[in-house]
Each structure stands twice: as C-alpha cells, then as structure tokens.
Design a protein. Sequence first.
Length: 344
Amino acid sequence: MPTVPLLFLKFCAVMLARISSKDKFFSNKSMKSLRIALLAGGVSAEREVSLKTGAMIRAALSGRHKIYFYDPKKDLIKFIRAAQTKKFQIVIPALHGFFGEDGRLQGLLDYLQIPYLFSGVLASAVAMDKQQTKILARRCGLRTAASLVINRHTSQARAQARRFPRPFVCKPLTAGSSKGVAVVRKPSEISAALDRAWEQDERIMLEKYIPGRELTATVMTIDGQDSALPIVEIIPKISKWFDYEAKYQAAGSEEICPAKIPASVAAKIKKQTIKLFSVLGLCDLARADFIWPGQGTPYFLEINTIPGMTATSLAPQAARAAGYVFVDFLECLIENCLKRFAAR
C-alpha cells in the first residue's frame, strides 16, 4: 500500500497488539479465513482519514484473513475486474465522504453482486444529507436545533446567512469529519465561513449553535439485533469545539467512555439512536452525534454510516468499552454482513 507509510502500518500493529493484550474479552477465532477487499483513500476531502482507517483495519485483520487493498482514486478499474473474477468474498468500504459514504459506491457494489459492510444505497444517501436526516429524526421524536439550508447559486444566500440568528454553525450539507465547518459568532465571520463550507458542497446548513456536552452513540448489529454501545463524551482540548484538528490530532480531545452522564440521559440517547438506525434502514454500524445542554433532552446533530476507525476514532472506543478488542469488533461486523447478504 504505497500511499500509507510502512512506519505507520507498524505503528498500527503495535497499538492493536497493546490494546489486545490489555483486554480479556471473548475472541471470535472460530471465523474462517476470508478473502477481503479493503477500499480506502478515495477522492473526497476525507481521503487522509480514510487511509488511516484502512491502515488500522488492515493491520487488525491481516493476521486472520487475506486482505486485498484498493484505493478507488487509482485502483477502481483493477478493483472492478477483480470483483468480476470473484477474487474476494466481501468488501469493506473504509471510505468517508463523497463517492464512498453517499450511496454511489454502494450502487456499484450491488451491481457487482458482492457483499459489503455497512449500509446500502438509499440509507447511505439519505444519512449523508444532514437536512433529510434531521427531517426523519424529528419524525422519530428526536430534538434538533433550528436550521436553514442555503444554496451557493441562490442570489439571496449571503443575505439569508446574515439574517440567521447568531451564533450558528455553518457546515456543508453532505460532508463529514468537520471539513468546512465553522462556528459563526460575529457578522464579520459570515462570508469566510460560507466560502469555506461551499468549497465542500454547494448546499450548506446554518444551524443554531447549542452549547453543551458533546456525546456520541454507536449502534452495532450483534447477532441480528441492533444494540447501542456505551456512549462516549468528547472534550476538545485544542479547540473550542470538536473540529477537524480536535478529532484527528493526537491528544486533540479527551474521550470519556462510558460518558459520565445521568443514566436516564444515556438510555434516551441509546433508544433514540437505535430507532433512527432502524428508520433510516442502516446496517451493521453507525454513530450518531448529540449535544446535551446539561439538562433536558439532548439535541441530535447527525449520523455517520461509516464511522472512522483510526487510532483516535470513537466507534472502536465504544466497542472496546463494550468488551470487544478491535479485531473481534471488525469480525462481528463481517459476520453480520455475510448473514445479511446470505438472507437476501
């Protein structure tokens, strides 16, 4: 894998070994060795995060399975030809953002008739769109912040942004990893925030800024049952909010799992996330983000259908708190995926 330094792969392997040695939970060693296509990299703004996710997955699974790595940015034709010859049995799309998490890749995989982890075409496309997800979330009874979607090609877009109550969060409608996201507190910050968000998507969302504690809930399908893992609280250390740097820089934030919140709040978040997971038609794994003001009902922000799997990512931390070492967490997802496709 030339795009990921060998030193980083070695680091991933060492970290995984350390994690595994500290955990004494069950190990799914009964799974037969598989031929797995791992897709990472891609063409979105989240390419570097995707490569790190792919490196962690590859380091974890390579000892048990045959891994074929493909970067769709340069290996797409090679991947399609290999899929047509049944070179592998299952695909892990470790891709984030456009052409990976938005349903387009899933459509190709369906056409190739090969099992793949995570959600299908429609569920991926809807969950990628923050506005459509919020509409469904509200119908499920989740609390959401006031918001407005504006289009770059609308002549009144900047005027609409100036009229929207501050402070607000300005974010691309269909991007992730906090790329292009800004918190706008003053009129002088509006123009730059809009331009930054429009670099990622022609449609952007202005959303009322809700101060509070940042929480995330992961839902994982285990033995055919959608289950919520322990909730994680995120405390940014190098930023005022959980931006790209706080997410991916070492020591950029502190994660507390399980989150030290009232049991009633944790139970409500878990119940709501499972319900939304079902209504959206998601599969295998997803992670939903919330803001809790410290009292009352938490605000739902968005849901991620292919959560990151880097050394600092949240879903693997929640899985570990639930008793899964990383490799068994991945194999549980693989097993569920194969059962789901076999039942079609």
